[in-house]
Design a protein around this ligand. Structure first.
Ligand code: PHE
Length: 342
């Protein structure tokens, strides 16, 4: 019987030595030490033994059990340690590797200028009106008093869609029409910032898409001098208190009288330089008194109401403000240009 026990012990130790993981060790535990295990089975033969033999044999079986049990546990600890080491090794982090760089963006100069323009005009009591970039032919032209054969309606200058019923708006002035249709006969004091489109050759000062800020004031007893004062205030807030403005007679179908508005050259301050072609002035916007036909189509009686409007080229202002010499920088998305505005 002692031989039998020793044999089982040897086999168990051999298996434990070769066990590859904790699961294998568990199986060994069941096979040799479990309720129906090989050693437990031996105890069942106790009944066939003599009184003297029994305690000795029982003690030997238990001793062997404990021995196997200890060896199992020892092997289990070794395996677990090895598994842990392997895991630590595979999850190792190289803290000396360079980190990922998060590039910080910058606000686009056109957006910077738009924000500033909005805050200047909001400060003067204007609110913001908006209209769609795809506009009806009526709002873009007819409501703005363009004759049917006006050259601006030429497909050469304008992106038409839907057989000419709608188009990419060529200016923000159709928002004048929309705002009047919505508000008549109440007074209006709005600006409308937005994108406009023209079929044009792209060069340093022209683009097929750019931004305007339209302004519209409709009320009783409106004077042209109010317009001049508001525009001067805007220009001085934008560029500095020493700025001057100049109104030159011009023509727009939707204003009468109409004017081109120049600001003193921000580079030479009026002395004359190559930027302003020695004139000392730079043209930045169009303006004028709202034409009676436009008021009438918008629902206002021109005998009672009058108004004025202006349209400022936003890119123009941005170029002047930041000393940028080519409008194409604003749309090329070159980070070397853009990150300068951080
Ligand atoms: N809509 C004109 C343009 O795009 C600008 C303008 C607006 C002129 C309002 C007068 C009044 O050129």
């Amino acid at each position: 019987m002692t031989d039998k026990i020793n044999q089982i012990k040897q086999i168990a130790l051999e298996h434990i030595k070769q066990a590859a993981d904790s699961k294998a060790l568990d199986d060994i535990r069941v096979r040799f030490l479990g309720k129906k295990g090989e050693l437990t089975d031996l105890l069942k033969t106790l009944g066939t033994m003599s009184k003297e033999e029994r305690p000795k044999f029982g003690a030997l079986v238990n001793e062997t059990k404990t021995f196997i049990e200890n060896y199992l546990q020892q092997q289990l600890d070794t395996l677990k340690q090895a598994e842990m080491n392997k895991k630590l090794e595979s999850e190792k982090i190289d803290v000396t590797l360079p980190g990922r760089i998060h590039r910080r963006g910058a606000i686009h100069p056109v957006k910077l200028v738009l924000d500033q323009m909005e805050s200047i005009f909001l400060g003067m009591g204007f609110t913001i009106a908006q209209g769609p970039e795809i506009e009806t032919d009526f709002n873009n032209f007819k409501a703005m008093n363009f004759q049917d054969d006006h050259p601006a309606r030429d497909a050469q200058d304008t992106f038409y869609i839907e057989n000419g019923k709608t188009l990419f708006r060529t200016h923000t002035s159709p928002v004048q029409a929309r705002t009047m249709q919505l508000n008549a006969p109440n007074p209006i004091r709005v600006i409308c910032p937005g994108r406009v489109f023209r079929r044009d050759d792209i060069d340093a000062t022209h683009h097929v898409q750019f931004h305007q800020v339209e302004g519209l004031l409709v009320d009783k007893d409106v004077k042209l001098s109010d317009l001049k004062g508001i525009l001067l205030e805007f220009v001085q807030k934008m560029f500095g208190a020493d700025m001057k403005i100049r109104l030159r007679p011009s023509f727009f179908p939707f204003t009468e009288p109409s004017a081109e508005v120049d600001v003193s050259c921000i580079f030479c301050h009026g002395d004359g330089c190559s930027f302003c072609k020695q004139s000392g002035w730079i043209e930045v916007l169009g303006a004028g008194c709202v034409h009676p036909n436009v008021l009438r189509l918008g629902g206002y009686d021109p005998e009672v109401f009058s108004g004025w409007a202006f349209g400022i080229g936003v890119e123009r202002i941005a170029l002047l403000k930041y000393g940028i010499n080519d409008i194409r920088y604003l749309t090329e998305g070159d980070v070397r240009f853009l990150e300068q505005f951080r």
